[in-house]
Design a protein around this ligand. Structure first.
Ligand code: ADP
Ligand code: MG
Length: 697
């Protein structure tokens, strides 16, 4: 039964069919419910006036009362501007116009009192506002006293005169109708516990806040609600899976013990041992495992994956490991086949370039069960790949795959789903992990193998290239190898490729006596592989490459990573690249080369890299700088199109929402208790309206 909030937006006074079509297309607003959830993204603070000596650079928009003392034209060409000196009893500031100068010259009159409204910026000692809204001071605007909502719109809407001001009117219209129809969506227990305001009050105040404090209360309440229902959903999924899906019981540790006693190449770190224990506990529990294994680059996830496979093999099942790229799959295969050989275990590699005859053999071996371990790329997901009994499916670097692919792997054993282990080297901030992987259990390798020296990270401007080259020369002389990485954000970008080739040539000139490898995305896989191998064997001392080397490649003798145009890389990517060195016992270096001019964000990224090697700290900073939408691998998830909550900023609220959801589900998994009636109803509504709810399944 369609309710009030399902009414098409067309029927709101002031909308009509044409505007409705625009709202549909541009903002995805179809019904009253969509419009009311189109929240302002900021508010113009007209609650009070600021005096000039109160201004700070952090203030978004402010209004100041004052008079213009003098006007003058400054600069020439595009820098030509009108400056008005604006004074109140506490000081002086500047109002600046670059456009519409003529009009403003006429409009501004010295000696008259004005209200100027805009973003204060500090130049030297003085504040200025560029292109302020300027109105003569009147009795009406002198009172002030409100927060003006500003709504997100698009360029098209602006051109069609459907701007934020129009939306303000529409929202006022809608709220007048809707106010008494807004029902509560959180149970009284939660409202009491967190002292939240009601849903109705929250909705009214998110659009038209009485004052800042009320606005903050509205925000908190709506953010919590959004996060709470997502967490409830994820946790419910997790519980359902745990209840519903049986797992094969693997409790035979013979192979594992044999490997530990006879072939273990090094002492496992405490963290490696701990996560293996956690995984083993899952695999023998009788429940199907869904676990995320997080570990920074170089923390030693590969050997953990092998040991876990031995647990499955000990129970006469098979194991599979899926990697995101061909190169990475090959590298895994090389590492693991050494171990497998020692243990007399059959292992094969399946990728897009595996020959047909070989492919057939692999398929047969898997079906019969004579082939025990399969390493591969997404080729592993193909229909023909059928296992006799897949016991453990491991996915490396999950962010490059989607959740859908994860579930395809799990369909590879329909009788009893395989245990699933997702490994990621991208440290994910806790808030994001809780949302992206909220349905998984999490293990963390938070310790690097001993004997590693922390990588020294240095920032150098391009003008210091000679000095850097001298340093590289010295490192190479003492037997080390060097990576030099160029940005190739989009492999099809011709300019970037040219940049790389130019760089390669100048490196060849600078190091005439060295053998130099080059690898980029435009090369054929076997040519790439050939160059990689040469470098890995130590036949070449410099590897010039694009980010294709970002994942996987392991050359312990390489001790220097030079990153060209480092300002063009994201933080996570820089950290991943840096992780390519520091794998041996030698002191390693990461040199970030940039031009002299850096944006504030680039500066922060470079500073962060120089300051810390801690992947989690880096991930947190990255999240704050870029917001979750841009973080690696979160694009396909859709989980992150939040209406109001911000995973970068609302960590505490998220934690509270998750804990609350967990407590409720633990006590009342089917939400049958009368206290939870409100939740049950809301879940039903969300399911029906397919908003939010379906996005995360
Ligand atoms: P990642 O977690 O990035 O996949 P790898 O599994 O590739 O890390 O391990 C990085 C390097 O560290 C490899 O050369 C591996 O052999 C080595 N390594 C792993 N665990 C240990 C350990 N416990 N002690 C010493 N070296 C280790
Ligand atoms: Mg790895």
């Amino acid at each position: 039964m369609p309710g009030f909030f399902d009414t098409p937006v067309e029927f709101l006074k002031g909308v009509g069919p044409q505007r409705a079509a625009l709202l549909n297309k541009q903002l995805g607003i179809f019904a009253f419910g969509d419009l009311i959830q189109h929240y302002p993204f900021r508010y113009e603070d007209r609650t009070r006036f600021y005096t000039i000596n109160e201004l700070t650079e952090e203030m978004p928009f402010v209004q100041v009362k004052g008079t213009i003392t003098k006007k003058e034209m400054i600069g020439v060409g595009p820098k030509k501007r009108l400056v008005a000196y604006f004074k109140d009893e506490t000081g002086e500031m500047e109002l600046v116009w670059f456009q519409g100068i003529k009009w403003m010259l006429e409009k501004t009159q010295p000696g008259v009192a004005y209200v100027a409204f805009g973003k204060p910026v500090k130049y030297g000692k003085r504040f200025s506002i560029a292109h302020p809204e300027l109105e003569p001071l009147t009795e009406k605007n002198e009172k002030g006293g409100y927060l003006q909502p500003v709504y997100p719109i698009t360029e098209v809407l602006r051109k069609r005169h459907l701007d934020s001001k129009v939306l303000v009117k529409l929202q006022q219209e809608l709220l007048a109708l809707a106010k008494n129809k807004i029902h509560e969506t959180l149970p009284a227990t939660i409202l009491r516990q967190f002292k939240f305001i009601s849903k109705r009050e929250a909705i009214v105040n998110i659009h038209f806040p009485k004052h800042n404090e009320r606005l903050e209360q509205a925000r908190q309440r709506l953010k919590f609600e959004e996060l709470f229902y997502i967490q409830l959903r994820l946790l419910k999924l997790k519980l359902v899976k745990k209840e519903k899906y049986k797992g094969q019981i693997f409790n035979n540790a013979t192979l594992l013990t044999q490997f530990y006693n006879e072939h273990l190449p090094f002492q496992l770190t405490g963290a490696q041992k701990r996560v293996i224990k956690e995984i083993y506990a899952d695999m023998r529990s009788g429940k199907q495992m869904n676990r995320l294994l997080q570990g920074d680059v170089g923390s030693g996830k590969t050997i953990v994956s092998f040991v876990c496979m031995l647990i499955a093999l000990g129970g006469h099942a098979q194991g599979a490991l899926m990697a995101p790229t061909e190169i990475l799959a090959q590298q895994h295969y090389k590492t693991l086949s050494k171990f497998a050989e020692q243990m007399h275990i059959t292992i094969a590699l399946l990728t897009g370039s595996t020959k047909k005859s070989e492919r057939k053999e692999i398929h047969e071996g898997l079906r019969e069960g004579s082939l025990k371990i399969l390493i591969g790329t997404h080729a592993l997901l193909e229909e023909e790949v059928q296992f006799k009994n897949l016991g453990l499916a491991i996915v490396d670097e999950q962010h490059r795959f989607g959740v859908a692919q994860r579930s395809k792997l799990w369909e590879k054993n329909t009788e009893v789903h395989p245990h699933v282990l997702v490994m990621t080297a991208t440290p994910i901030p806790r808030t994001l992990a809780m949302t992206l992987y909220g349905d998984l259990d999490v293990s963390v390798i938070d310790e690097l193998p001993s004997g590693r020296k922390p990588i020294k990270t240095i920032h150098k401007y391009d003008s210091h290239r000679l000095e850097v080259n001298g340093f590289l020369q010295q490192q190479i002389k003492s037997g080390r190898q060097v990576y030099i990485v160029y940005p190739l954000i989009d492999e099809s970008e011709k300019l970037d490729l040219k940049h790389l080739m130019d760089g390669y040539e100048s490196i060849c000139r600078a190091f005439p006596d060295e053998a130099i490898s080059i690898v980029h995305g435009k090369m054929k896989p076997d040519a790439k592989e050939y160059e990689m191998t040469r470098f890995a064997k130590g036949e070449t001392s410099i590897m010039v490459a694009t980010t294709v080397i970002e994942v996987g490649v392991d050359v312990p003798n390489a001790s220097v990573m030079v990153i060209e145009n480092a300002e063009r890389f994201g933080l996570s990517q820089l950290h991943q690249l840096r992780g390519r060195v520091g794998r041996g016992a030698e002191q390693s270096y990461c040199i970030l080369m940039t031009s002299f001019k850096l944006s504030a964000d680039s500066k922060k990224r470079i500073e962060t890299m120089v300051r810390t090697n801690n992947g989690f700290e880096i991930a947190e900073t990255d999240l704050q700088l870029r917001g979750p939408g841009d973080l690696m691998g979160t694009q396909q998830s859709g989980v992150l199109d939040l209406l109001i909550a911000d995973l970068g900023k609302d960590a505490k609220l998220l934690q509270a929402a998750r804990e609350t959801a967990l407590q409720i589900l633990e006590k009342d998994p089917d939400l049958l208790h009368p206290d939870n009636g409100v939740i049950r109803e809301q879940v039903g509504r969300m399911r029906k309206s397919m908003v939010n709810w379906s996005r995360i399944s």
